[in-house]
Design a protein around this ligand. Structure first.
Ligand SMILES: Cc1ncc(COP(=O)(O)OP(=O)(O)O)c(N)n1
Ligand code: 3NM
Ligand code: MG
Length: 502
């Protein structure tokens, strides 16, 4: 399947921004780029010297040529310098959304003033952008000035972010990423805030005092476009794009006498380049009034090793005893959907067995009972995290394992300093209905690399055949349900897993 991304933007003769930066980003991160040029600009590192929109005929023909046989999964829009182009584009986007077999995801990075300060678009363009283009946009990526221009809202404090985004969403766009917002509390921090009116996230990175920032907006939006085309969730796309930009800014350099451009350095892998997820119970979280109660406390008791090895997940005390007798040292009791009083005795018995065999026994979901009976640890999912009393679990000295399903959840979980992070689901699984697609080995390797300083667990559809490749990603543990519970000979399977993971 092709991962075609279109950029509809201006040509930048200095090549640091516009079409040139967009295509560079698409190819660098693994999408297939196509371009529709809206305007040709003559610019160097110091100024934009001339902007000429292409003719309407040429603009329409580029769109038509591509739409005929190279429809896009994602469309990224940058410089629109002519009112007529905006009207044409709004109409075409509406048509694509109605007629293409797969609706394209449309990102608009508003560009009317260049980073050099030069105006690049016709004066009256904003009115038609607001009324005709915004309703076709799935993600708008304005900076504070562009938020003011398009919504009329000035970003004067954290509290002003939500009303500004609500206004833009009421004007028709699906979601908004406010880039690089800063207010007095966090001057040395670059804050990005995203919301679609239902979900919202905020990411922070240290503000880089690099002067070579030409092309940052184009590059960020193009990196989001690419990662969306690669089927990442939007939260993950935002995280990856931010890391890509931070990495590029650190490597940017001047080519002329003026400002240099963001570099393009491939898929981001350095943890220092990845943003932090803002938790609701933090000073920025309060300012933004983020929902939930997650808080970065001192963290959870670590396990004695970050290589937790084979990790059977079983649903009865009988299975707990059986796998312990076969030498398993990390395991989980996962009994679903019972009233606490129905399973309390099983939890007591399982914990006692875990202690008897000196094993790391995690209790899934029932964290109150785990605390009450002093379990080794608790395993919680994303939904559980929001309702469980995490400080209480930490204070009781229990270990905590957290489920995650992508970059964003992984980085958010990391902020809580759990004892391990589980990464799933890697392959299709029959054990549980998953709301997302399997992540596969390529993503798992990236996650394992990024989290290499802490205990990690891979889960979902892992069997003996798949285990060697999973283990080679550098993960510290493999969790399995059916590979053991449906095995004809669990003893043999456990031994074979252990051989693979030594
Ligand atoms: C090791 C491990 N990883 C992930 C899960 C899934 O936990 P959760 O998301 O809470 O879903 P349920 O297991 O409760 O259905 C797990 N149990 N163990
Ligand atoms: C319980 C569970 N959680 C997952 C996650 O990705 O969070 S995948 C999963 C099921 C794992 O079972 P099996 O080894 O039989 O595929
Ligand atoms: Mg759970």
């Amino acid at each position: 399947m092709n991962n075609i991304v279109w950029t509809i933007a201006g040509s930048d003769s200095s090549a640091g921004a516009g079409i040139q930066a967009d295509l560079c980003t698409f190819h660098d991160l693994g999408a297939d780029g196509c371009s529709v040029i809206t305007a040709v600009t003559a610019q160097n590192s110091q100024a934009v010297q001339l902007v000429e929109s292409v003719s309407e005929k040429m603009f329409i023909q580029q769109l038509t040529s591509l739409a005929e046989d190279m429809p896009a999964k994602v469309i990224k829009i940058g410089l629109l310098a002519s009112v007529e182009h905006v009207k044409i584009l709004a109409q075409q986007l509406a048509l694509y959304k109605q007629t293409w077999s797969r609706k394209p995801f449309v990102i608009y990075d508003p560009v009317s003033v260049a980073s050099t300060g030069d105006e690049m678009a016709e004066e009256s363009i904003n009115e038609v952008i607001k009324t005709q283009l915004l309703p076709q946009i799935d993600l708008l990526t304005p900076n504070a000035n562009e938020v003011l221009t398009l919504s009329g809202h000035a970003l004067i404090s954290g509290e002003s972010f939500k009303p500004a985004v609500d206004k833009l969403i009421s004007m028709g766009c699906g979601s908004v990423l406010i880039k690089g917002g800063h207010f007095e509390l966090v001057d040395d921090i670059a804050l990005d805030y995203w919301s679609n009116g239902k979900r919202e996230i905020a990411l922070t990175s240290p503000r880089l005092d690099n002067v070579h920032t030409h092309g940052t907006g184009c590059t960020l939006a193009s990196a989001i476009a690419t990662t969306m085309a690669l089927d990442y969730f939007i939260e993950d796309a935002l995280v990856i794009a931010k890391a890509y930009l931070n990495q590029g800014l650190k490597a940017s350099k001047a080519l002329g006498a003026g400002e240099g451009s963001v570099a393009h350095c491939g898929w981001p892998t350095e943890r220092a380049d990845f943003p932090e997820v803002v938790l609701p119970e933090s000073s920025i979280g309060y300012e933004l009034d983020l929902p939930g109660s997650l808080e970065a406390g001192p963290g959870f008791e670590p396990c004695d090793t970050i290589k937790l090895g084979l990790y059977p997940v079983v649903d009865s005390v009988e299975w707990v005893e059986r796998v312990l007798k076969l030498g398993v040292k990390t395991l989980q009791l996962r009994i679903k959907d019972k009233q606490p009083e129905q399973i309390e005795q099983q939890i007591i018995d399982a914990i006692a067995l875990g202690k008897q065999y000196d094993a790391r026994l995690f209790i899934n979901d029932y964290w109150q009972l785990a605390i009450k009976h002093n379990a080794y640890g608790v395993h919680l999912g994303q939904e559980d995290m929001d309702v469980a009393d995490l400080p209480l679990i930490a204070d009781a000295g229990l270990r905590l394992g957290l489920s995650t399903h992508g970059y964003y959840e992984m980085l958010r979980a990391r902020q809580l300093k759990p004892s391990y992070i589980a990464l799933g689901h890697i392959f299709p699984t029959q054990t549980k209905d998953m709301p997302s697609d399997p992540q596969g080995l390529t993503r798992l390797s990236k996650y394992a690399n990024l989290m290499s300083d802490m205990a990690t667990v891979a889960i979902g559809g892992i069997n003996l055949e798949r285990a060697p490749a999973v283990w080679q990603t550098g993960i510290g543990s493999i969790a399995v349900v059916t590979a053991i519970t449906l095995a004809d000979d669990p003893k043999q399977v456990i031994n074979q897993f252990n051989d693979i993971m030594c």
